[in-house]
Ligand binder design. Structure first.
Ligand code: AMP
Length: 279
């Protein structure tokens, strides 16, 4: 596995690969890698000649400076893990490579996506995602790019960005990797205590509880029950709601099978955790 820090070095490697007509898969990450990330890397390795993984803790997508400062940074072990799982190139850019002076801001009207769930709760977050993903797509020009459905709304934002600016890139959305307890893997889990990890697994139980009541009771009653499960476990709910899985418009009625998504954000031990379930 090669590792580069500058755009110049990145371009040299990509040129070499593309010259031989090889396909390139790309997995953007913020590091502190776990098996959720590795799932994306392995899929990319299986579907492309070469795989590039980036690690960049993007300041523009953190609306909370504390969260940015506390974000785990474990580049050495990340690098070992990537090597073991077949990554060909690790791109570890400095901030100045991603946001050089005079870099133009990318405009993209996200419409409803900015007004629901993560949108109002993390002002500026998706704009930061748009800026960084646009820059990476522009530099890497991958054939395929891999994202996790753990960040469901982010997948929809990236799809809008792709549809607008990068129609030639295939987006591959991968299912949420969970621990045996059902807890969605996340770099932020590293900030929870052992007890917190156990408690956080209840998020999955609450999502399943709502799903199990599909068409048995009104959605609001199913959500009330799910909220009760979360609160009883000591979690503070930021949002917990049902929406249409295509539009993310919140819905008071159940939709047909496959079109329901429950999205949740909670706070536990000062850590913000998100998860979702489509059914
Ligand atoms: P992050 O490093 O948190 O920005 O995540 C990088 C990529 O990995 C994003 O596309 C995430 O959606 C994806 N990802 C993170 N956690 C998981 C997970 N538990 N299952 C699947 N994908 C994930």
């Amino acid at each position: 596995m090669r590792s580069v820090n500058t755009n110049k070095e990145l371009q040299d490697v990509i040129q070499e690969w593309k010259h031989g007509k090889s396909t390139v898969g790309f997995v953007p990450t913020m590091g502190a890698l776990h098996m959720g990330h590795i799932q994306l890397v392995e899929k990319s390795c299986n579907e492309n000649d070469f795989t590039i993984v980036s690690i960049f803790v993007n300041p523009k997508q953190f609306n909370n400076k504390e969260d940015f400062n506390h974000y785990p940074r474990t580049v050495e072990s990340d690098s070992e893990l990537l090597k073991k799982h077949g990554c060909d190139l690790l791109f570890l850019p400095l901030q100045s490579e991603i946001y050089p002076e005079g870099n133009q801001k990318i405009e993209l009207d996200l419409g409803v996506l900015n007004e629901v769930f993560e949108g109002p709760n993390r002002p500026g977050h998706f704009d930061g995602v748009v800026q960084v993903v646009h820059r990476f797509f522009d530099l890497v020009k991958p054939d395929k790019a891999y994202f996790g459905l753990k960040d469901y709304q982010q997948c929809m934002v990236v799809k809008q960005l792709r549809d607008h600016y990068f129609k030639e890139i295939d987006l591959i959305f991968c299912p949420t990797s969970r621990t045996e307890s059902g807890l969605a893997m996340s770099s932020r889990n590293a900030r929870l205590s052992k007890k917190g990890i156990e408690t956080a697994a209840i998020i999955y139980k609450a999502l399943n509880a709502v799903k199990s009541l599909y068409q048995q009771v009104e959605p609001k009653d199913a959500l009330f029950y799910g909220s009760y499960i979360l609160k009883r476990a000591g979690m503070e709910i930021e949002y917990f709601d049902l929406a249409n899985s295509d539009s993310l418009i919140s819905n008071k009625k159940w939709m047909k099978k496959g079109k329901n998504v429950i999205l949740v954000a909670v706070w536990l031990e000062g850590v913000r955790l998100i998860d979702n379930m489509v059914f």
